[in-house]
Design a protein around this ligand. Structure first.
Ligand SMILES: NC(=O)c1ccc[n+]([C@@H]2O[C@H](COP(=O)([O-])OP(=O)(O)OC[C@H]3O[C@@H](n4cnc5c(N)ncnc54)[C@H](OP(=O)(O)O)[C@@H]3O)[C@@H](O)[C@H]2O)c1
Length: 241
C-alpha cells in the first residue's frame, strides 16, 4: 500500500475526468477526485484507494482541501491531471466579461491554485512527478464556423504555462504535458448532433473517453517525455480537410 502513487484528478464527476479516475484506480494508484459535485457522482465504485473532494476549482480553498486530502489520506502527490474545464462557442463580439471571468476562473485560476500546491509538494518529496492538462487542438488550429476565441484564450494559457513549467522544473524531474482532444463523446456534447461533430476531424469520427484516458495514462508514466502536446483528434491539428 505504501508504494502506491497518488494522483489528483480534477473535473472528475463525469466524462473524461471520470474515465481517468477509473483508469488510475484500476492501475493501482491512490486517487483524489474533485469537482463541484463529485461526491454525488455514480461514475465510480467506492474504494479505499479513492477520496472525493467537492469544490469549485476556481476557489483556492478547493485546492487546499484537495492537496491536504491527498497528503493526509495517502502520504504523497505524484501525479496531477488538470481536466476540469469549460468550453463554449460564440462570435467574438458576443462574449461578455462575465463569460471571460467564468472561463478564466475554471480554466486558468483553477490550474494555478492546484498546480502550485502540487509542485510545492513534489519539490518537497524530491521524487519528481507528472502534470497532465487537457487542452484542445483548436488553440492553434481554429475551424471555420466554430468560433471559440475567448475560450481559446484560456485553453491557450494552459498550453503556454505547461511548456514553461516543463522547462522550469525539468531538473526536478517534474514532467508537464498536455493532451489535446478533438471531439470526445461526453455530456459536454449532449446537445450537439453527432453527424455534425463527426465532420470536425479528417478521420470523420469522434473519440471515446477511453481514447483520451489512454493518452493521459501514457504521459503520466512516460518517464522521459515533457513539454509535449499529444493530439488525440483524428488528425484535426493537421489543418484543412
Ligand atoms: N468533450 C470534448 O469534446 C472535449 C474536447 C477537447 C477538450 N475537452 C476538455 O476536456 C475536459 C473534460 O471535458 P468533458 O467533455 O469530460 O467535460 P464535461 O462532461 O462537461 O465534464 C466537465 C467536468 O468538469 C467539472 N467542472 C466543471 N466546472 C467546474 C468547476 N468550476 N469546478 C470544478 N469542477 C468543474 C464537472 O463536474 P461538476 O459539475 O461536478 O463540477 C465535470 O466533472 C475539459 O477541460 C474540456 O474543455 C473536451
Amino acid at each position: 500500500m505504501q508504494d502506491r502513487k497518488t494522483a489528483i484528478i480534477t473535473g472528475a464527476s463525469q466524462g473524461i475526468g471520470a474515465g481517468i479516475v477509473n483508469a488510475f484506480v484500476e492501475r493501482g494508484y491512490n486517487v483524489v477526485a474533485t469537482s463541484r459535485q463529485v461526491s454525488a457522482s455514480s461514475a465510480f465504485r467506492a474504494s479505499g484507494q479513492l477520496a472525493l473532494v467537492d469544490g469549485d476549482i476556481g476557489d483556492p480553498e478547493t485546492a487546499r482541501k484537495v492537496a491536504e486530502t491527498a497528503i493526509s489520506r495517502f502520504g504523497t502527490i505524484d501525479a496531477l491531471v488538470n481536466n476540469a474545464g469549460i468550453f463554449f462557442t460564440k462570435p467574438f463580439i458576443d462574449y461578455t466579461m462575465e463569460d471571460f471571468r467564468r472561463l478564466s476562473s475554471t480554466n486558468l485560476e483553477g490550474f494555478i491554485h492546484l498546480t502550485q500546491r502540487v509542485v510545492k509538494q513534489m519539490l518537497a518529496q524530491k521524487t519528481g512527478g507528472s502534470i497532465v492538462s487537457i487542452t484542445t487542438p483548436l488553440i492553434d488550429h481554429p475551424i471555420a464556423g466554430l468560433s471559440a476565441s475567448v475560450a481559446m484564450m484560456t485553453k491557450g494559457g494552459i498550453d503556454a504555462i505547461s511548456k514553461n513549467l516543463a522547462m522550469e522544473y525539468a531538473r526536478d524531474g517534474i514532467r508537464v504535458n498536455t493532451v489535446a482532444p478533438g471531439v470526445v463523446d461526453t455530456p459536454l456534447h449532449k446537445d450537439n448532433p453527432k453527424d455534425f461533430l463527426k465532420t470536425l476531424s479528417p478521420m470523420g469520427s469522434i473519440s471515446d473517453v477511453q481514447d483520451i484516458v489512454d493518452a493521459v495514462v501514457y504521459l503520466t508514466e512516460a518517464r522521459h517525455v515533457t513539454g509535449e502536446v499529444l493530439n488525440v483528434d483524428g488528425g484535426a491539428h493537421l489543418g484543412k480537410w
